[in-house]
Design a protein around this ligand. Structure first.
Ligand SMILES: Cc1ncc(COP(=O)(O)O)c(C=O)c1O
Length: 400
């Protein structure tokens, strides 16, 4: 019998060699207690959280928590069914209405995760005869959606407008075309030139889907994302998003103005063949989304945090993923995995949690320490964070 697990041997060996060197496993950390969106207890120690997707700090919002408790009492712990059978409660309709209001769009469809939203929408609208043109650094859920639908995949170089245009022009006349882009790319925290990319896509007869997972709630005047900030939201056919980041719970969605959109509820397999979200989750999501509509002050504070951290890290001598802060994600580039893991552990010992990101999740084989800020980080906390980076950076030789 051949061992189907032998393909994992290289990654098993790499992990073992890191752990044998005495390092804490960076992918196995336990949050023993979570005190707030910015502080948890890890290994018995107070730890500032700088590696969550809790951009708008909604997880402990009293109204959000109260809505979840009320729904749990009134509707029970789960729906035990698909949206198309017994799994649509009034709360599912309410969260879809909140999304329609948030984005000012006609249709909203909620999935059990953002991963499933990409999987479902992309695989259902782009099939075997169709072409999907996508940024090469797209999220795994986008690639998996393309694979599930069996469409022809045409990747282009990250954020390269000319490359996108060239690929589009090569597609046979009359073929179905979907361009898939992200507002913020989550590894480096850089923003896509959506204004030009959406224009070029439309000029070449393509439909456009934008994944705004990392910009919802924060970027754009109303927090609708990069398409809003760059003035092209009305030309976008589908926006994909998630409840697992700024909204502060779990779930995914697609919003659209396409007149035939509702048919997707019957033909989209990752929507039909899975259980719907629990009532408590949709209640927290709806409350959070409505509060995010009115969060201009928090958005402004989050920008201040992002600018302060970016400038401070740069001044300390770290190499960053972007020249300017473009989102709530600031990526610190490490020379290799060993140094990255050592720096990650040194930060944890200082009392700071960040994400260690490595290939294949990262572009160009990079190892990154990914910092994601929260609107509830105080100015003092950002100062503390910079102090920890200075100490850990010097201890590990990452900076002098
Ligand atoms: C760009 C992007 N799209 C989709 C997802 C999936 O979201 P979810 O956590 O809701 O499955 C993520 C998650 O990290 C993401 O970064």
């Amino acid at each position: 019998m051949s061992d189907l697990f032998s393909k994992f041997d290289p990654i098993i060996a790499q992990r073992e060699s890191l752990l044998q060197a005495g390092l804490t496993d960076p992918f196995n950390l336990v949050m023993e207690k979570v005190e707030s969106p910015t502080v948890a207890i890890c290994n018995g120690k107070r730890t500032i959280l700088l590696g969550t997707y809790n951009y708008m700090g909604m997880t402990f919002d009293p109204d959000v928590v109260a809505a979840g408790k009320k729904a749990l009492d009134e509707f029970g712990s789960g729906t035990t069914g698909s949206r198309v059978l017994n799994g649509t409660y009034s709360g599912h309709r309410a969260v879809e209405q909140a999304l329609k209001d948030f984005y000012a769009m006609e249709h909203a469809m909620v999935f059990s995760t953002g991963y499933q939203a990409n999987l479902g929408i992309i695989s259902t609208i782009a099939g075997k005869e169709d072409y999907i043109v996508l940024d090469i650094d797209s999220h795994a859920s986008i690639y998996d959606g393309c694979a599930l639908g069996n469409a022809q995949i045409v990747p282009f170089r990250h954020n390269d407008l000319e490359a996108l245009e060239k690929r589009l022009k090569r597609i046979p006349e009359g073929a179905g075309k979907l361009v898939v882009l992200e507002g913020v790319y989550s590894m480096l925290g850089d923003v896509a030139p959506l204004k030009e990319m959406v224009r070029v896509s439309k000029e070449n007869g393509a439909m456009v889907l934008i994944d705004e997972a990392h910009s919802m709630g924060f970027i754009g005047e109303h927090g609708r994302g990069v398409a809003e900030a760059q003035g092209v939201i009305d030309d976008v056919d589908f926006i994909i998003g998630t409840f697992s980041k700024s909204v502060g719970t779990v779930g995914g969605f697609c919003v659209s103005n396409h007149p035939k959109f509702e048919i997707l509820r019957l033909v989209c397999r990752p929507y039909v063949f899975t259980a719907s979200l629990p009532p408590s989750v949709v209640a927290t999501a709806a409350t959070s989304i409505r509060k995010l509509m009115d969060s201009a002050d928090k958005r402004a504070h989050l920008w201040e945090n992002s600018k302060r951290l970016h400038a401070g890290l740069r001044q300390l001598g770290f190499t960053l993923g972007t020249n300017e802060p473009q989102s709530a994600i600031i990526a610190v580039i490490m020379p290799d995995l060993e140094k990255g893991a050592a720096m990650w552990e040194a930060l944890l010992n200082e009392g700071l949690y960040v994400n260690l990101a490595r290939p294949p999740a990262t572009p160009a084989g990079m190892t990154l320490l990914r910092c994601s800020l929260c609107a509830l980080h105080t100015e003092d906390q950002v100062g503390e964070i910079l102090g920890m980076f200075a100490a850990a950076g010097r201890a590990t030789g990452c900076i002098s």
